[in-house]
Design a protein around this ligand. Structure first.
Ligand SMILES: Nc1ncnc2c1ncn2[C@@H]1O[C@H](COP(=O)(O)OP(=O)(O)OP(=O)(O)O)[C@@H](O)[C@H]1O
Ligand code: SF4
Ligand SMILES: [Mg+2]
Length: 367
């Protein structure tokens, strides 16, 4: 692999889940377009955040990368090798290098197995015998994730939620992975515990050079963890950029809406109120809007947005590595503080919702 080859490269990745129906003969009558032509890459040791509302295809993307799901179309390259449809045998050497951490630390650990057995499971399956033996390696891993190595013989129910997630992390580390897909690894945990687990993952990324695809609902969680962030909406990436660039210079209306919901702490400690409130639900991925999929909730939508799918490209004024899928990207520069948008459109209603402008004195006028 040359130094410029990304660790993981995904092009046109698509997953449509068929919907069957009919009687007496069942046939395919439609498809859930869960992931629809997604492109991104992850470099060695890098952390990419994947963010978007519920149902936008984040987990499906994670499961496609880890090959827990078979893609409908597109290509996945790992270290330059195509693994899109690789068989179990072909995948064997790669599989150990790509691991997944799941959202629910309760459901993802077998309650009848000891921690030692759970963490050494991947070594057994892959017939790996580390120097010093598996038990010694498990104790070492427990220490790495901040658990007491003496708890080797305990069962998952004897641990708290945060500790269970640490067990899941130790299991993922057992085969010395190069890439970990972490699917909302902290959203089931108490807020007070979330930071500890995020810090642990950050330490692993830094010290062990592991690359991460870190999936989260909102931009707050990935902010301190990801070098790059991709924003998904209804099966597609609408914006991708270096972290600081995305937070300081969002060009896609949806990214702006998501960012405005990230509570910022002002000096006196009170959170700034939300500025853009998206109304209406995400449309169904069975029958997504034509053209730009965000158009039914976008305050800038025009006829063109309904007829032409905006490609994910560099917008005028953006950096080379900053790509946006919008016909009318937001102005470059700091996200405006003064614009309050009440998006009311949902369904196919194309009428633009009112845009309210707030001046320095807080007086709101209609545009
Ligand atoms: N096995 C499946 N069969 C049919 N539809 C599915 C399947 N798995 C996921 N979907 C659908 O695909 C879409 C994307 O789901 P996915 O779980 O990837 O979203 P997500 O972004 O991870 O959401 P969340 O934030 O709620 O975890 C959803 O509409 C979901 O209902
Ligand atoms: S392409 Fe049109 S509908 Fe889509 S985000 Fe841009 S302005 Fe809004
Ligand atoms: Mg999910």
């Amino acid at each position: 692999m040359s130094s410029t080859t990304p660790l993981l490269d995904v092009a046109g990745l698509t997953k449509h889940f068929p919907i069957t129906g009919g009687f007496p003969i069942r046939r395919t009558i439609g498809a859930v377009q869960a992931v629809d032509g997604v492109d991104f890459s992850v470099n060695e040791g890098e952390s990419l955040g994947l963010v978007g509302e519920s149902g936008c295809g984040k987990s499906t993307t994670g499961r496609l990368i880890t090959r827990l799901l078979e893609p409908t179309a597109g290509k996945i390259h790992y270290r330059g090798q195509e693994i899109t449809h690789a068989s179990r045998r072909e995948l064997a050497p790669v599989r150990s290098e790509i691991q997944m951490i799941f959202q629910d630390p309760y459901a993802s650990l077998n309650p009848r197995q000891t921690v030692g057995k759970i963490i050494s499971g991947p070594m057994e399956i892959n017939d790996i015998n580390p120097k010093g033996g598996r038990e010694a390696r498990v104790r070492e891993l427990l220490e790495t994730v901040g658990l007491n190595p003496e708890h080797y013989n305990r069962f998952p129910h004897e641990f708290s939620g945060g500790q269970r997630q640490r067990i899941g992390v130790a299991r993922a580390l057992a085969l010395e992975p190069k890439l970990i897909v972490a699917d909302e690894p902290v959203s089931a945990l108490d807020v007070s515990i979330q930071a500890q687990v995020v810090n642990l993952l950050q330490k692993l990324q830094r010290e062990l050079g592991i690359a991460f695809v870190f999936i989260a609902h909102d931009l707050a969680v990935v902010r301190h963890f990801s070098q790059r962030v991709a924003v998904m909406y209804l099966g597609r990436i609408v914006e991708i950029a270096d972290r600081d660039e995305l937070y300081s210079n969002p060009r896609h209306p949806y990214t702006r809406a998501l960012l405005s919901a990230v509570p910022e702490v002002v000096p006196d400690g009170a959170p700034v109120r939300e500025r853009i409130r998206l109304m209406g639900d995400v449309p169904s991925p069975v029958n997504p809007p034509s053209g730009c999929r965000f158009r039914t909730r976008c305050w800038k939508a025009t006829e063109k947005c309904a007829t032409e799918t905006p490609p994910l490209v560099r917008a005028d004024g953006s950096k080379e590595t900053h790509l946006t899928a919008c016909h009318y990207p937001e102005a470059a520069g700091e996200p405006g503080e003064e614009i309050v948008v009440q998006a009311v459109a949902s369904g196919d209603d194309m009428a633009p919702p009112p845009v309210l402008i707030k001046d320095a004195d807080g007086v709101v006028t209609k545009d």
